[in-house]
Design a protein around this ligand. Sequence first.
Ligand SMILES: Cc1cc2nc3c(=O)[nH]c(=O)nc-3n(C[C@H](O)[C@H](O)[C@H](O)COP(=O)(O)OP(=O)(O)OC[C@H]3O[C@@H](n4cnc5c(N)ncnc54)[C@H](O)[C@@H]3O)c2cc1C
Length: 310
Amino acid sequence: MIGKELVKKRLLFGIEKYEDVSMSSFCTMRVGGKAEMVCFPKSICALKRVCKFARREKMRLVTIGAGSNLLFGDDEFFGVVVGLKNLKPVIKSRHNLLYCSAQTMLSRIAEFAKEKELSGLEFATGIPAQVGGAVVMNAGAFGSSMADIVRRVLVLCGGKTKWINAKDCRFGYRTSIFKQHEMIVLGVELCLTHRQKDEITKTMIAYSRRRQVSQPKGFSCGSVFKNPPETYAGFLIEKAGLKGARVGGAEISSKHANFIINTGNATVKDVKDLIKLVQTVVFEKFSIELQLEIEIIGENYDDTRRLPHT
Ligand SMILES: Cc1cc2nc3c(=O)[nH]c(=O)nc-3n(C[C@H](O)[C@H](O)[C@H](O)COP(=O)(O)OP(=O)(O)OC[C@H]3O[C@@H](n4cnc5c(N)ncnc54)[C@H](O)[C@@H]3O)c2cc1C
């Protein structure tokens, strides 16, 4: 125990660190219990120390991006949550290639690309994600996704940095190799195409308008369920009469039925109970099992991915 305390103190150097802190402030739905330790290292070297510490102490490790697809259960998470917000921000382009550090917000990259007359990121307008999280999730919209533009990904794996080429990223519908294996995404190289700034702007404005019309404001995680083959989760939930359904402070949006909104005082239990209700009713009516798109730490999340890695 004393040993652990000493290690914790040494960790403070170059790391913004919190203990027993509520994860609700780090997730866009603003719900969630506490985490034993949350670290924001200020350099790659400090990040490596956090990973080494977690490995040595046999603590689980979760990397968090903007927290827009992630919830932590109401019970305390025993492990280390690591975020990259304090690392040196990098965003640069050469010809049609754009490199950015993992913690860069997608919207910022989309704006940067637009200024450089580089096309491919228009779909990302309005996705409140870091590019690292967007790669892990293969985030997408309007018929495009990260898989279409990623050339290679820089990761930290087993204490070493290495590049992973797009073809080895195993991108699928809201998934990638990074969902199965614990690697920390440090940076992303995107391959874009030339397009006039005016044209890019027009597309981005059109996509923003479509979002404003179809998506609710408020604390959410975006789409809760993946779309089943050949239909939309939101359509099924709406047809099941569940728009506006509520458990505690969690509510199915009456604007977009695949969004759950924290109306102010929701707990993760409320959200989980509402998810179960939706899955049960949709299955009864359509014999379709809705799968979660969001990740609930301690629930649908693959624990083997977070075990101390070698
Ligand atoms: C209003 C709203 C609209 C949305 N619209 C869309 C949309 O149109 N399309 C879409 O696909 N999604 C959408 N989302 C969901 C969400 O933005 C995406 O899933 C996004 O990719 C999550 O990125 P993040 O940085 O928030 O990651 P987080 O939610 O923090 O994490 C997601 C996963 O990535 C892992 N992770 C994050 N960063 C790293 C890293 N650097 N290294 C390794 N692992 C990491 C986490 O451990 C977790 O497994 C929306 C969400 C909201 C709130």
